[in-house]
Design a protein around this ligand. Sequence first.
Ligand code: ZN
Length: 107
Amino acid sequence: MKFLKILHKLDERFEPKYKIQYIQELPVILRERVVYIVGNKQDPWLLAFKCPCGCHNIIQLNTLKSASPCWSFTVKNKHFISVSPSVCRNKGCRSHFFIRKGKVKWC
Ligand SMILES: [Zn+2]
């Protein structure tokens, strides 16, 4: 039991996490494992990142409350982003996942 716990901890440590990058405009080429927070730092309007399933599609999430659907996010310790609600792609790869503290949690 203890051993499993240690393994789990190691696994968490090496699991790749999304980094964040504040940016004024959406870049043409997006890097892997980066969530771009697009717009004014205090009032961003978009989150953009590559789909974690490896399909290379770019996922864009609106963060403006005046439009829908709308996602909200929090950033812990200036690094780790959590996004809610979950991301569900109804096109292409149909991935459904959460981003919690920079990590992808598959549904
Ligand atoms: Zn995908």
